[in-house]
Design a protein around this ligand. Structure first.
Ligand code: AMP
Ligand code: GLY
Length: 427
């Protein structure tokens, strides 16, 4: 089989790493990829939003599967583009169509969906310029902190959590009236604040049945102790100790099953991954958000725990035979720590030589923002590398990860030393 993966981060390296191990793979391409993906496949100089360019490439290389890493092309309708073109009818896209991608692309869509199908989530009100006064009154009736979410995609920055009522009112106006997040915030969802610990749960679905992948917890803040600015994610662990079978049964019965059934009832043919961003409120799971793709850096710890052939699963999705496929997971713990460029998520420098990659033997180094410059690897993004390790438990895996992180260096490299700090494993 010939496969094209779209994207260029650690998530795409982890997915490509796994595809490259499949007994069924012939040719693997990644567009545009990074220096790591080029070790397991061949990078192609194409942007994930260049649908025409991707089409030409798929025809030339006789691609069987296009695996879409990031949400952008999905929300922009890459799956629909393939479905509408008779020349592309033999190419299966792993990733939902435009309507289904609204689960991530529109907070209002996802909140309405959850309400309709009784899926536990924070109470909300959707506000536009037409009911801004009602929005202000709603804020006045709520207790702090106030949660304001831009409806559309805002590069992970569209959620504000504010303690002060006046500031919340000001921000609400600025989002709607001044386009603080452009058209993404012409509708704003005001949510009740939920207090608890977050985790990420993933399924892959063919629209009929689903397989639950290992859960993970990521660490979004730049600073230790979960402080400072939000990032794309600074590390992840899987499994999550508090996600025991009683909790995961609730997740499946109250969230996963109603979601898959609800999509079917809406006539939405969902083919791909669903990422449930959950919060554990006193042992009950609530949905904070849906994403229509895998998480990053969660993928870098979830995919290494998948023992089954990933192309078998993709084939199951494409042919609606997922229920017939076996999926087996590694019982070990996997942890990943992100090494980032100093200054990230604010301004940072690039083109720093990366040293030490050849000294890593018992961790997997997934590349995120890297490129190759002759024989050397250099940094090319904020998140640079994810050092991933297996262990018999969380501390074992983390010790191995940190030992190897210390062997890698680039100018102004930074990483969090406390990944896993809030979820010590039960002795
Ligand atoms: P989202 O983009 O919807 O995932 O929101 C970004 C982050 O804001 C989440 O990961 C949570 O940490 C936080 N958050 C979002 N919604 C809520 C809520 N209703 N209550 C508490 N925290 C929230
Ligand atoms: N790690 C969170 C995300 O991928 O959105």
């Amino acid at each position: 089989m010939n496969v094209l993966v779209l994207g260029s981060g650690g998530r795409e390296h982890a997915i490509s790493w796994k595809i490259s191990q499949s007994s069924q793979i012939d040719k693997l391409f990644i567009a545009p990829g990074n220096a790591g993906t080029n070790q397991v496949g061949t990078n192609v100089d194409l942007k994930p939003d260049d649908f025409e360019g991707i089409k030409t490439f798929c025809l030339e290389e006789k691609i069987d599967f296009v695996v879409v890493g990031p949400e952008g092309p999905l929300v922009d309708g890459i799956h629909d583009f393939f479905l509408a073109d008779p020349q592309l009818s033999k190419v299966a896209v792993i990733g939902p169509n435009k309507e289904a991608a609204q689960l991530e692309g529109s907070k209002e869509f996802s909140k309405k969906f959850m309400k309709k199908y009784n899926i536990p989530t924070a109470k909300y009100l959707a506000v536009t310029s037409d009911n801004l006064d009602a929005g202000i009154a709603h804020l006045e009736a709520l207790k702090p902190p106030y949660v304001l979410k831009a409806d559309g995609l805002a590069a992970g920055k569209g959620v504000l959590i504010l303690d002060d009522l006046n500031e919340a009112k000001k921000e609400l106006r600025s989002m709607i009236k001044d386009g603080k997040f452009g058209s993404a915030s012409s509708t704003v969802v005001i949510e009740e604040f939920l207090s608890g610990i977050e985790l990420s749960v993933f399924i892959i679905t063919d629209g009929q049945s689903y397989k639950i992948l290992p859960e993970a917890k990521d660490y979004k803040r730049i600073g230790e102790g979960d402080t400072g600015l939000n990032t794309g994610g600074m590390g992840a662990v899987s499994p999550v100790p508090f996600a025991n079978s009683a909790f995961m049964d609730k997740v499946e019965n109250q969230i996963i099953i109603p979601t898959v059934k609800g999509l079917k009832a809406e006539g939405i043919d969902y083919k791909g991954f669903i990422f449930f961003g959950l919060i554990n409120v006193k042992n009950d799971p609530y949905v904070i958000e849906y994403n229509c793709r895998m998480g990053d850096p969660e993928t870098e710890v979830v995919i290494p725990r998948l023992k089954s052939d990933i192309l078998e699963l993709f084939e199951g999705v494409a042919t609606e035979t997922l229920s017939e496929r076996d999926v087996v997971f590694d019982e070990r713990t996997v942890t990943g720590v992100m090494m980032v460029s100093g200054g990230y998520p604010d301004a940072y420098e690039k083109e720093k030589n990366i040293q030490g990659l050849n000294n890593i033997f018992d961790s997997i180094v997934f590349h995120a923002g890297t490129k190759q410059d002759g024989p050397t690897y250099v940094t090319s993004g904020g998140r640079v590398l994810c050092v991933t390790s297996y262990g018999k438990n969380q501390s074992d895996a983390l010790n191995r990860t940190y030992e190897n992180v210390e062997k890698i260096n680039f100018d102004k490299a930074y990483y969090r030393k406390d990944i896993g700090f809030d979820i010590p494993e039960v002795e």
